[in-house]
Write a protein that binds this ligand. Structure first.
Ligand SMILES: [Zn+2]
Length: 531
């Protein structure tokens, strides 16, 4: 009989504390639905009453099916009754299934931050939890700075937990708010709390300041915690929160957790983990972290010729779990180390089946090597690689033909006397026998060129409406005999697909143009556009 372990997601609350993260109500709705589909038990939506976005998000329950929609708030302020605290009222009025209240358990914080008698803090915790229970909501108590508090004054920290428990808290969540506690200390302290409060259900909320939030969470589970709080992609302030994208597969795929525990996320749902991770990146307009465990684009990438030939014989040679289990995919990287077997495998991945004896293979390999010598890098530009291969096999239609382009960058004083820089691009492009002349301005030469190229591509324009450029990287290299510029462009479309293309030229605008044109061709090819 497996024991049930509960997953509490706080991407939308603690994750929203991250520098540079500013979710809209619609973003929150989309992420909440993805988390619900993934099978987490609790979705903490935010802090109603603290800001207009969260208040609006909690004005109506999002259509989540199985997770408990949870509101976050603080225990009541000192010197007020629970009924008279506007923060607590906003929390209680929010449409939620559960409420998570954070309160102090470290005597130092009570003395210095709250400046109230220590027993008044304990009464405040009890009253606030009781107010949640009275409204028929499941109450969770987030014990802030619990591990630091326990080290400083264990009796007081446990007395705070006890007060919450006696008032009806369903969960006591031990928070390593500063993120500095090591797994062995967490194991010891959780074990001690368990023996002091054997009837309590304990949770763990860990931050990643020592790069061990996942390890800390697992240590807490081994010591008896049965709820883990974390975020998608480890999003969170400073170094982030415990990363659910690593925790979920660890719990489902690794021993002893797999045999000992059951979580709300099934193996089928786990196969949507990578998609959920990418959706969050997409919403944040961030490139995925290539090297993230399990879900990173490089988590199952093989570059060395020896590695990739072994992986093709049996993936277990260089993979700790099959990439499909988390919805990721194996990548065989093409580089100048690539041998024939590497190239064949990479071609097979993009759906090109070529016989090892096909003489087009040798030519393609030579072509790839020659281009890499010139400065092209296909490791990070899979879409350009696929186009290169398919063109060599005559599979890519000539969608359009750029006859010429021109870019002007002008810096001058405008009518107001301000110094402004204006970029304007014009492109002459032939589509289906018709020459189109597009002109556009942009916030830089590459943006202007991109706008001009896509402004009117005749019959293809409908396929390109959701295309956007999400990342742009420039490297100056000395390759071959002269200095050249390599531009990598990452593009995305409305369905969350991402692809990377590359361009190389001594001229930065020319290199950018090559990468942009490849991106458009790739999008048209994927969309099945006909020439
Ligand atoms: Zn936190």
């Amino acid at each position: 009989m497996k024991e049930r372990l509960f997953i509490f997601d706080t991407t939308l609350r603690d994750g929203a504390q991250t520098q540079g993260v500013d979710f809209s109500v619609e973003d929150k709705r989309q992420i909440a639905l993805a988390l619900d589909a993934l099978g987490v038990d609790y979705i903490e939506g935010g802090w109603p009453g603290a800001n207009p976005t969260d208040t609006s998000f909690f004005s109506a329950r999002p259509p989540i099916k199985s997770a408990k929609f949870t509101a976050f708030g603080m225990t009541k302020r000192a010197g007020r009754s629970a009924a008279n605290d506007p923060g607590l009222s906003a929390l209680l009025d929010a449409s939620s299934d559960a409420a998570c209240l954070v309160g102090k358990t470290w005597d130092f914080h009570v003395d210095v931050a709250l400046e109230i008698p220590r027993n008044e803090n304990i009464d405040g915790i009890a009253e606030s939890i009781a107010a949640v229970v009275a409204r028929k909501r499941e109450a969770l108590f987030d014990a802030e700075h619990f591990f630091d508090g326990y080290k400083a004054n264990a009796d007081y920290a446990v007395a705070c937990l006890s007060a919450a428990l006696d008032a009806g808290a369903a969960w006591l969540v031990l928070c390593d708010t500063n993120g500095g506690t090591l797994p062995e200390d967490v194991f010891r302290i959780v074990s001690e709390v368990r023996s002091e409060l054997p009837e309590a259900r304990l949770g763990i909320h860990a931050h990643n300041d020592t790069e061990q939030a996942v390890a800390v969470s697992l240590a807490a589970v081994r010591a008896g915690a049965r709820q883990i709080q974390g975020t998608l992609n480890g999003l969170g302030e400073r170094c982030g929160n415990a990363n659910l994208c690593a925790l979920l597969p660890n719990l489902i795929l690794k021993e002893p957790y797999a045999s000992q525990f059951e979580i709300g996320v099934s193996r089928e749902q786990l196969a949507h983990l990578t998609a959920a991770s990418r959706l969050l990146d997409e919403i944040l307009n961030r490139a995925p972290n290539r090297h993230s465990a399990y879900v990173g684009p490089s988590a199952f990438a093989h570059k060395g010729g020896l590695h990739s030939s072994a992986v093709q014989k049996d993936p277990r040679t260089y993979e700790h779990v099959p990439p499909e289990t988390v919805g990721n995919a194996r990548k065989i990287l093409v580089s100048d180390q690539a041998g024939r077997s590497n190239l064949l495998a990479r071609l097979a991945q993009v759906g090109i089946d070529l016989d090892a004896k096909d003489n087009r293979l040798a030519r393609l390999l030579e072509d790839v090597k020659q281009r890499e010598f010139l400065g092209y890098a296909y490791d990070g530009a899979e879409a350009s690689f696929e186009l290169l291969a398919r063109r060599a096999l005559g599979q890519v239609p000539d969608y359009f033909d750029v006859e010429s382009f021109r870019v002007i960058v002008e810096r001058r004083h405008n009518a107001m006397g301000d110094l402004v820089t204006i970029s304007e691009a014009s492109v002459r492009v032939k589509v289906a026998g018709e020459t189109l002349h597009n002109v556009a301005t942009g916030n830089g030469p590459v943006n202007a060129l991109d706008e001009a190229l896509r402004k009117d591509l005749g019959k293809y324009s409908t396929h390109l409406s959701d295309l956007k450029l999400v990342d742009y990287k420039v490297r100056i290299l000395t390759s071959g005999t002269e200095a050249v510029t390599r531009v990598m462009v990452e593009s995305a479309d409305g369905t969350g697909n991402r692809w990377s293309t590359v361009g190389v030229s001594p001229n930065i605008v020319d290199a950018s143009f090559e990468a942009l044109a490849d991106s458009i061709c790739y999008k048209l090819f994927r969309a099945g556009a006909r020439a």
